[in-house]
Every structure is written in structure tokens, then in C-alpha cells.
Design a protein. Structure first.
Length: 287
């Protein structure tokens, strides 16, 4: 129980930090040349080929529009670029700190029903695992492995996780989540809070409120999450670790689409209401 208490404390620390500093901001046009105050996801990718810009912002907003299916190194599926139709348009936003800086904490998604689909990856290892981790009452946790497509109702707030491609204790042995770092895949060790930003999250529109580090659940809202499978400490951001591979912070190693949907019970209530209205209309016609 002590381990779980420590885990929840780490969650609270990260969430509180994010709530104070992160807001939804317009994504603009990816420039591939971030500078002071630039968006944290808008970095030059090691996967660029020629004039292609392969960070997650460019992939999702289809910038530049002349990209060919083989523009980025080792992308999967091979026809992933360009994205047609554009997934992120002019009204899209990303979750970032002041002036587009990186959030200094993590984020959670609010409880509710979601569906998801994997969009693809660029240069990410095919065997890299990802998924969701739900934090329940009393320190309980539920871990779900990600799949190409799926749906689930989360009774509690949850984070996204990815196993690092290279870790100090061997490949795939360091698991990052969107709000803390877990150093044991079995989650039997107390997680430690981390400032490493391994995830970039976007949405089409203004974005739901972020309260206490939790992104609000709004039915119909679609999120796009880009994941980085190497530690972000190697290039001046986050906690450095020389034992981990250097990260280019392009968040394109795994990319997913996550949509908040009505729960099955909601559909039942809607159907019941529609049936009642239809019956009322029939009675009125009869009268």
C-alpha cells in the first residue's frame, strides 16, 4: 500500500504543476526550427529526408503538403504521409506551457468512454509497446496494452504510456507515462515523478478544460497523441540520462487518435427517449 501511496503522490505533484502552467494553444505551422519560446513538439526530426519535416506537428497537419509517401525514414505504414484529409486544421490546438514552452508536469485524460486507433509511426521500433494506465481508488492501477484500434470505458482518470526503446537496464525496461515515470513494467515499484516530456497531445478545436492536470471529458472531442520512445534528457530538455538514447523530441515514434464517445448506457437512454417521442407523435396523429 505504501508503494501505491507514493505513486499517487507522484501523480498529484505532476498534475498540480501542469494545471498551473499548461494551456491549449494554436499549433500554427510547423517550422522545424524551434527557438526560444517555440512549441516543444516542433523540433527538427532525425527522420527528415530532404526537405521533409517529420515531427508530429508536421505529420498531423500535413505540412508541407507536397510530402510523398516515402518522405520520412522508416515510416509505417509506407503511405502514412501525406495525411489526407488533414487531421489537424487551422483550428487545432496543442497542450503547452507559456509562450508554447513545454509543460513542466504531466497530464491525464478524464474518466469516460473512448475509442482509439493507431495512426502510424516514423522510425519507431516495430516492437515498441504502448497503452493506457488507469489510476483507481485506494492506489489501484489497471494497465491496458495499446492495439491498432479499440474502445474502452475508463472508470477513473488515465494516462498514456510507452516503453522506451533503449533503457539503462535494457531495451523496453523503462516505461514512461504521460504523468510520471515507471521503472518497472510490472508496476511493482514506486514510480518517480519526472519532467521528461515523452508525449505531445493535440485536439481539433479549443480543447477541453485542464483541471488539476486532468483533460476534461467532452463527448465528440478527438485527441491526437504523439509519443517519443527515447529519453528527452539528451538534448537539453527534461532530466538527462547518459545511459538512454538521445532523443530528437519529434514525438512521431507512435501516433494515435483518441476520441471521447458516449457510453453504451447513454445510447440506451437516447434510444429510449427517441422511442418515447415517436410514440407520442403517433398518439398525437391518432388524436
Amino acid at each position: 500500500m505504501r508503494r501505491f501511496s507514493l505513486a499517487l503522490a507522484a501523480v498529484a505533484v505532476s498534475a498540480t504543476t501542469l494545471a498551473a502552467q499548461a494551456t491549449w494553444q494554436p499549433i500554427g505551422t510547423p517550422t522545424n526550427t524551434p527557438g526560444a519560446g517555440a512549441a516543444y513538439w516542433n523540433n527538427r526530426s532525425d527522420d527528415n529526408v530532404g526537405s521533409a519535416i517529420c515531427n508530429v506537428g508536421s505529420v498531423l497537419s500535413n505540412t508541407p503538403s507536397t510530402l510523398t509517401p516515402t518522405s520520412c525514414s522508416n515510416q509505417s505504414p509506407s503511405v502514412f504521409l501525406p495525411v489526407l484529409p488533414t487531421r489537424l486544421g487551422a483550428s487545432a490546438t496543442f497542450l503547452g506551457g507559456p509562450s508554447g514552452a513545454a509543460p513542466t508536469g504531466g497530464f491525464l485524460f478524464g474518466a469516460g468512454a473512448y475509442s482509439w486507433s493507431a495512426l502510424g509511426r516514423i522510425a519507431g521500433l516495430a516492437g515498441t509497446q504502448w497503452g493506457f494506465i488507469e489510476f483507481g481508488p485506494g492506489g489501484s492501477v489497471v494497465v491496458t496494452n495499446g492495439t491498432a484500434a479499440g474502445s474502452r470505458t475508463f472508470a477513473n482518470n488515465f494516462a498514456v504510456w510507452i516503453d522506451a526503446a533503449i533503457g539503462s537496464d535494457g531495451p523496453g525496461r523503462t516505461r514512461y507515462t504521460s504523468n510520471l515515470l515507471v521503472t518497472n513494467p510490472a508496476l511493482t515499484l514506486a514510480p518517480a515523478a519526472t519532467t521528461n516530456q515523452q508525449f505531445a497531445v493535440f485536439t481539433n478545436g479549443a480543447g477541453p478544460a485542464v483541471t488539476g492536470g486532468v483533460i476534461g471529458f467532452n463527448v465528440g472531442t478527438t485527441f491526437f497523441v504523439g509519443m517519443e520512445d527515447n529519453s528527452n534528457g539528451g538534448r537539453g530538455f527534461g532530466a538527462g540520462n547518459s545511459a538512454l538514447a538521445i532523443s530528437d523530441r519529434d514525438y512521431n515514434d507512435i501516433m494515435i487518435q483518441l476520441t471521447a464517445v458516449p457510453e453504451p448506457s447513454t445510447y440506451v437512454l437516447m434510444a429510449t427517449g427517441l422511442a418515447a417521442l415517436a410514440g407520442l407523435a403517433r398518439r398525437r396523429r391518432s388524436n
